[in-house]
Design a protein around this ligand. Sequence first.
Ligand code: GLY
Length: 410
Amino acid sequence: MDRLFPRRDDAKVSHVPAADNAGFASTILEDILSSLSRNSRIIGTRNPMVGGHNDSIWRYPDNGYFWTDSFFTGELWLAFMVTGQSEFRNFARMRITHLERLLHTPLWLSHDLGFLYSLSAVADFKLTRSPEARRLALQAADALRARFNWAGNYILAWTADGQSPEHASRVQAKMIIDSVQNLPLLLWAYEETGIDSYRDVALRHADSLTKYIVRSDFSTYHTFDFDPASGRPVGGKTWQGRADESCWSRGQAWAIHGFAQLAEITGDLRLHDLAAKLADHALAQLGPDHVPVWDYRLPEGAEPIKDSSAGSITSAGLFIIADIYQRTADVERASHYRNAALGMLQGLRENHDLTGDPAAQGLLGAGASDVPRAERSGDMYLTSAMLPYGDYYYFEAVLRALGHREFFWH
Ligand code: GLY
């Protein structure tokens, strides 16, 4: 089938030469591949969740599932893509039974279906043309589309746990900025089948994110609540940030990468402009190490805990923004955003890269998974840890620095 969105001028080129100043990324790539070779055997069929506060060892979900379940799989598929080594593909495919089960467990479904199936089933289909993988990815897209609320024009973030009225009332009419990363699954399904509703749901939800989650200064709310009956907008709320009116840096990172990617898929340059403004807001908050603190609006005197995952996601997004400027012949802006992306990558490499430690099971330390919950529970794994999404986007950013343009999102 022909592509339904306008094709990028150079979409056939999956790899463009890296800029001269990206040489250090080749060394990171070698180190990432050695780490994955070593650790894929240790990790086996399990899906890393968080780890390494003291020991660089992964912890895994104890109830059988977590939203992070496909990030390590995504790394394995990236490794297969760049090396062609079948071992990486085989390890990635070991997750297929888990992914089948997940789709048939209604309480496990959430907006995160994009993260979960783009980096596993779509990746498999793109690299191997497996019809099984295509079927699974389309089923996931169906489940994601079914979460759309047509009165409020948003994809429902979470599912009530079925156990507490308090939880049900908190999640029953909420959207979340993270979901911008999940829209490419719907747009991939639209491209694959020609069924308009996948595209319509994705674009309507993206429109609601731009209206309600993005503030006028291009910072972001983490989540936004609607009236459950009428779909009327109610207001922004945080979940993992410092406060409702603060700016959680990973949320900002999801938005930067997510809107840049939507611009790349749809060709809509208004979304590119939005991604660049969101990026400007984040870049203005960075210190000399170029690695974000976990919330860009910390009160005076608060401990500036880092979140390396916000750095790797933002870096990958900045490369996409730069690429689009390059294609629209705005060389100056292209170079500005590319240099910012490389600066972040270098900051991560110099300060938080674990690949030189043969005992480390992940790639980056200093990820902040959930600082408010850490403060409530005392579980320090939630503040200064390895995070599988930080690792996945680090790998993606390194490949983007080296000129790769084809990934699994769409
Ligand atoms: N809520 C997903 C995240 O921690 O980014």
